[in-house]
Design a protein around this ligand. Structure first.
Ligand SMILES: Cc1cc2nc3c(=O)[nH]c(=O)nc-3n(C[C@H](O)[C@H](O)[C@H](O)COP(=O)(O)OP(=O)(O)OC[C@H]3O[C@@H](n4cnc5c(N)ncnc54)[C@H](O)[C@@H]3O)c2cc1C
Length: 374
């Protein structure tokens, strides 16, 4: 079988028989590829990403490297139980170290920062949340090894907010991080296909035959499905719900009282500084129905609400908004993210529930170890 649009050289270089094909070029897929090639340099690994510049979530996100706010952890404990929350915290700790290891401490891509959960005062949630901190700190310490992670924190008496401070979080430039990981993957010998969608695949003797949107074909022994919100398009019995997220960024501000990462409304609102700019995102809980989509696009209703919130956060100064965008996340129903062994040659690391900056690297690493040991 030959493809008339490719030269012998292109076919030979870009579409050899692969040991492992990875679908999805976000944090999950890239770390899976890097971990595979770091351990076994001779393995032939090809990675397919449908976007030409980065990805649909990893390069478009808010860049928080976070273990979760107290409100989010408490909600997960109620829904999934402490053992599950502990499992995910341990995964996030692995993800943190794995991502930093592969970014090699590049300060322009990553820095440590303070982080807070904020409550609009007076809040009936704040007191009970502060009371739950010893229990959450014990869980954090068990899962991540970090002691006394959360503490209540007094803001100025005139503030309209109440706060819980976290010991550390990270701020990423997410696109620079993805680009650095792409370079590392290719330097290790991985074959990176930008702008290439895996349209469908079939099982063949000894592996799988993958077909791209341009009818190129490639065969592989094993496949890692790391396409997050789109996993169901390739594995129909693995359900992931796409959810869009809205973001805006301001022009540099004269007075920016917020430095670090900030969480509000149970994780549905988040903001951080980028130098003297403010990035503000979230509020998909105010229009779940419209945001249950895999189409990039602005939701005028949510963007308006973000504008109003911005005025509340930054009163008494005029603020120009310079960027607005959205990205696509993937949510599993009734379960927190985990590695799924679909069949002997297919492993799924998808559906990161909006927490993939740390969970993606952890599950990508796990996928690589599984493939090497299977
Ligand atoms: C606006 C926004 C803000 C966020 N903020 C944060 C945050 O601060 N912290 C945090 O932890 N998480 C955040 N998230 C979530 C986080 O970005 C994701 O959980 C994480 O990036 C998932 O990584 P991934 O590699 O699993 O998936 P992705 O980054 O989504 O990568 C999967 C890729 O697969 C590709 N793909 C899909 N189907 C195919 C196919 N058939 N063939 C080839 N390629 C395919 C897609 O183009 C996509 O780029 C945010 C998300 C958004 C959208």
């Amino acid at each position: 079988m030959y493809n008339r649009s490719l030269s012998y050289w292109q076919k030979d270089y870009y579409f050899p028989s692969l040991d492992v094909a990875i679908v999805g070029g976000g944090f999950t897929g890239l770390i899976a590829g890097i971990e595979l090639l770091s351990r076994k340099p001779k393995v032939k690994v090809g990675l397919f990403e449908q976007q030409t510049h980065g990805t649909l979530a990893s390069s478009r996100n808010a860049g928080f490297m976070c273990f979760g706010s107290p409100t989010e952890l408490n909600a997960d404990i109620i829904q999934f139980g402490e053992a599950e929350v502990l499992r995910v915290l341990a995964l996030k700790a692995t993800g943190y170290h794995t991502l930093l290891k592969h970014l090699a401490g590049n300060k322009r891509i990553y820095k440590k920062c303070p982080a807070y959960e904020l409550f609009k005062a007076p809040s009936s949630d704040y007191g009970p949340m502060v009371e739950s901190l010893p229990k959450l700190n014990a869980l954090l310490s068990k899962g991540t090894g970090i002691e006394s992670y959360y503490e209540s924190h007094a803001l100025s008496p005139s503030s309209h907010l109440q706060s819980i401070r976290f010991k550390k979080e990270g701020q990423l430039h997410p696109t620079a991080a993805v680009a650095a990981l792409q370079r590392k993957f290719m330097n290790l010998g991985g074959i990176y296909h930008a702008g290439t969608t895996i349209a469908h695949w079939e099982a063949i003797s000894g592996g799988y035959l993958l077909n791209t949107q341009n009818d190129e074909q490639v065969n592989c022994n094993k496949m890692i499905v790391a396409n997050n919100a789109f996993a169901t398009t390739l594995v129909s019995d693995y359900f992931v719900q796409p959810q869009r997220a809205q973001v805006l960024v301001t022009a540099p501000l004269k007075k920016l009282p917020y430095r670090g990462n900030f969480h509000m409304d149970g994780g549905y609102v988040y903001f951080r500084n980028i130098g003297n700019r403010l990035l503000l995102g979230g509020l998909r809980n105010t229009d779940f129905e419209t945001e249950a989509t895999d189409e990039i696009g602005l939701n005028a209703n949510i963007q308006r609400k973000l504008d109003s919130l911005l005025i509340e956060l930054l009163p008494n100064q005029s603020v120009e908004i310079t960027h607005r965008w959205s990205g696509i996340m993937g949510f599993r129903k009734g379960t927190l993210p985990q590695l799924e062994v679909h069949s002997s040659g297919i492993v799924i690391a998808a559906g990161m529930n909006g927490m993939g900056t740390l969970l993606g690297p952890a599950l990508g690493r796990k996928a690589a170890l599984h493939v090497l040991n299977a």
